[in-house]
Design a protein around this ligand. Structure first.
Ligand SMILES: O=C(O)CCC(=O)C(=O)O
Ligand SMILES: [Fe+2]
Length: 321
């Protein structure tokens, strides 16, 4: 093999694809010379599409986040320090708070926890960009999905989620559920299902409902195992963009399942929402990405080049070099 071909086996950046999802993963792992613990973590993520961190953060920080809950979830809280759109977002849903990091330092510190960022850097070998936090009181009972339909990137798969238990997650309080290995299925786009991007709105519509049916069929037909994340307070799941996951039914409705999710992108990508896009037509619903860690807006880039976005209306853009 000549040197140019060998680069694919040695350089984790040779392909525009996370090295843990590369067809050359085994060779790249050998070449990376990681500690045995890090090598095992990378292999687990490669094979199963997730890793469990037990714990992800120290109990004192989890307690600091919990101490914020009464204020964050008090319907009388006004959050005057937040910009107007965020204030509305924070007041919208009484059981979940999106982007509370802006008004809560402990929430932000958990999203940017050095040991979580270290793991993400190892798994993606690019700078992680925490861009959204979600704080939950009860379990979500959310249907199975992969985050890649909500938050994708070009090149694909440079996105992951981290869910942290703020209290013990048990089979009774609607723990996170996930399908090991499902990240290896193709990252299904709407055009694979014969569908068009939806118009962005408050609720997801018919295309998304079809997509959910597709996943239901996939999981049932292949008899894929659905695992529950039962971890102690402070435990966490890191999952790949395309891993199928959701919330389990809450068996004991009197129980809460306080948790914090952070969604992360990685640098040098285009960030967009597939469910509202028609990539084949060059209609990309771009996401405005603010890096919670470095406190700065992130440009849309491809191959190291910052792109210009031409608005097409409805939040869709066409990108140019
Ligand atoms: O917390 C859950 O039950 C699901 C959360 C989820 O799917 C997500 O935040 O991406
Ligand atoms: Fe999700």
């Amino acid at each position: 093999m000549d040197a140019a071909a060998r680069r694919f086996l040695e350089d984790p950046h040779a392909m525009n694809c996370p090295w843990v999802e590369s067809p050359f993963f085994d060779q790249l792992l050998e070449h990376a010379q990681l500690t045995p613990a890090d090598a095992a973590l990378a292999r687990k993520f490669h094979e199963d599409g997730y890793v469990v961190l037990e714990p992800a953060a120290e109990e004192s920080l989890i307690d600091e986040v919990l101490a914020e809950y009464p204020r964050l979830f008090d319907p009388r809280s006004e959050f005057p320090e937040a910009p107007v759109e965020l204030r509305e977002l924070l007041k919208r849903d009484p059981s979940r708070k999106q982007d509370a990091w802006y008004v809560s330092d402990p929430v932000r510190r958990l999203a940017c926890h050095p040991s979580i960022l270290r793991v993400l850097k190892l798994l993606y070998m690019r700078e992680p960009i925490p861009f959204q936090t979600l704080n939950f009181v009860p379990g979500t009972e959310q249907s199975l999905h992969s985050d890649a339909m909500h938050f994708s990137s070009i090149p694909a798969r440079f996105m992951c989620g981290v869910w942290v238990a703020l209290e013990d997650a048990t089979p009774e309080n609607g723990p996170l559920r996930y399908v090991p290995g499902s990240h290896k299925y193709s990252e299904v786009q709407l055009d694979h299902l014969g569908l068009w991007g939806e118009d962005a709105g408050a609720k997801l519509g018919a295309s998304y409902a079809q997509y959910e049916k597709y996943l239901e069929a996939l999981v049932e037909l292949h008899d894929l195992p659905v695992k529950q994340l039962t971890v102690k307070k402070g435990g966490a799941l890191v999952w790949a963009a395309n891993l199928v996951h959701g919330g389990s039914p809450i068996l004991d409705k009197s129980r809460t399942r306080k948790s914090q999710v952070t969604h992360y992108y990685f640098e040098n990508c285009i960030y967009y929402t597939p469910i509202f896009s028609n990539p084949a037509l060059g209609e990309i619903y771009l996401r405005s990405i603010y890096d919670i860690h470095r406190r700065r807006q992130v440009p849309h880039m491809l191959n190291g080049t910052e792109l210009k976005a031409e608005p097409l209306g409805g939040g869709r853009f066409r990108l140019r070099r």
